[in-house]
Design a protein around this ligand. Structure first.
Ligand code: AHG
Ligand code: MN
Ligand code: MN
Length: 332
C-alpha cells in the first residue's frame, strides 16, 4: 500500500494483482507444507512442453496461479512455464480485458519437491502493448525485461517469503501461517557488492568453454582481484538466488555443449530475477549484456544467466564477454 501511494496515478489494479498472486502463494504454500501427507508426491506422469516429467505440485501450482488471476479482469493474457502457448484470459462481458500481462514459473526447483528441499514460484508483470478490449496475445508476452512493471518470487523455504519490486526497491514479506498474512519482514533489501558464495552446477565442467571454466576457478580459488568464495548449490534457482541476495553471492547457469543457450528461461526465470537484483544493487547478464536488455523472440526462450553481487557479475562478464557468441537460439 505504501508503494502504491508513491504512484499518484495508481488505480490499485497492480496492488490487487499482487494480492491475487499472494493468495495463490498461500494456497501453494499450504500444499507444499503437506506434500508428504497428501500423496501429491511423485510425478503426475504427464510431460510438459519442456519435455520434463511434470510433478503433481507443478500441475497444482500452475492451476492455482491461473485460477487466482483468470477471472479478476486485471490480466489480458498469461504465460506459464507449464503451458506451450499463451493463456488467453476470457474478457468478462461486463468488463474490458485487463491491462496487465502475467508471466510465471509456477513451481521452480521441481526436482527438489520429493526430497523436501526449498522450491519457489517466480512471476513477472508487464503492461499490455496490444490494443485493449480483446484478450491479450503473444506480442504482449514477448516484451523486453526492462519494461517490467513488477517482478518477484515466493520462496517455500524454512519460512514462506514473498520478495518483489515495482521499480522502487526490493521488499520482503514473511508469511505468518497463524493469521494467513504476508508481513513486511525485509523492507528495502539491498545485496552486498561482493558475494560470500558462488553457486553453479560444477558437474557441467566438461561442457563449459574455457572462459567459463576460468570464471568458476576464480570464484573457487581466487584470481587476482577476486577472493575465493564458499560454494553453495541448492538446485532451486529461487533458493540459490535468495541466499545470494541476502548474503551476497553469484549464481551462474552458463551455456554449455548440452544447453547452448543455458537451461534457464528468459521470460519467467531470468528477467524477473534480473529486475529484482538490479533494484537491490546487484547485476544480471547473459555473460555479455544485461538480461533486462534481451528482446525475447519466443515464449520459452532460454538464456545463459550470471546474476548476483555486482562486483562478481562484472568480473565474470568481463571474462565471458571475450568468448564467441553462441549459436542462433534454438526455438525451445
Ligand atoms: P524448474 O523446476 O522450474 O524447471 O527449474 C529448475 C531449474 C532451476 O530451479 C535450477 O536452478 C536449475 O533448474 C537446476 O538445474 P540443474 O539440475 O541442471 O543444475
Ligand atoms: Mn524454474
Ligand atoms: Mn518450474
Amino acid at each position: 500500500m505504501e508503494q502504491e501511494r508513491l504512484h499518484p496515478e495508481a488505480t490499485g489494479e497492480l496492488s490487487n494483482l499482487l494480492y491475487d498472486i499472494c493468495l495463490a502463494a498461500k494456497i501453494i504454500s499450504r500444499q507444499v507444507r503437506r506434500a508428504g501427507l497428501t500423496d501429491i508426491l511423485g510425478a503426475a506422469g504427464t510431460v510438459n512442453v519442456q519435455g520434463e516429467v511434470q510433478q503433481n505440485l507443478d500441475v497444482f501450482a500452475n492451476e492455482t496461479v491461473r485460477n487466482a488471476v483468470q477471472h479478476t479482469g486485471r490480466v489480458c493474457v498469461m504465460a506459464s512455464e507449464e503451458d506451450e502457448d499463451p493463456i488467453p484470459v476470457p474478457v468478462p462481458d461486463d468488463r474490458r480485458a485487463g491491462k496487465y500481462v502475467l508471466l510465471f514459473d509456477p513451481l521452480d526447483g521441481s526436482t527438489n519437491i520429493d526430497v523436501n528441499v526449498s522450491i519457489g514460484t517466480i512471476f513477472s508483470i508487464h503492461k499490455r502493448v496490444t490494443v485493449g478490449g480483446q484478450p491479450g496475445m503473444l506480442e504482449d508476452c514477448l516484451q523486453v525485461g526492462r519494461r517490467q512493471v513488477a517482478a518477484g518470487y515466493i520462496l517455500y523455504g524454512s519460512s514462506t517469503m514473498l520478495v518483489y519490486t515495482t521499480g522502487r526497491g526490493v521488499h520482503g514479506f514473511t508469511l505468518d501461517p497463524t493469521i494467513g498474512e504476508f508481513l513486511l519482514s525485509h523492507p528495502q533489501i539491498t545485496t552486498p557488492e561482493v558475494g560470500k558464495y558462488y553457486s553453479v552446477n560444477e558437474s557441467n565442467w566438461n561442457r563449459w568453454t574455457p572462459p567459463v571454466q576460468r570464471v568458476v576457478m576464480a570464484f573457487k580459488n581466487g584470481d587476482g582481484k577476486v577472493q575465493s568464495k564458499n560454494a553453495r548449490y541448492i538446485g532451486s534457482l529461487v533458493a540459490d538466488f535468495h541466499r545470494n541476495l541476502i548474503s551476497g553471492g553469484i549464481f551462474l547457469y552458463p551455456a554449455d555443449t548440452r544447453s547452448p543457450q543455458g537451461k534457464l528461461r528468459l521470460l519467467y526465470e531470468a528477467a524477473p530475477l534480473a529486475f529484482v537484483v538490479e533494484q537491490a544493487g546487484g547485476a544480471a547478464t547473459d555473460g555479455r549484456r544485461p538480461i533486462l536488455d534481451t528482446v525475447p523472440e519466443s515464449l520459452h526462450q532460454r538464456a545463459p544467466l550470471v546474476i548476483g553481487s555486482k562486483a562478481d557479475v562484472d568480473f565474470a562478464t568481463s571474462i565471458l564477454r571475450a568468448e564467441p557468441a553462441p549459436a542462433v537460439p534454438a526455438s525451445r
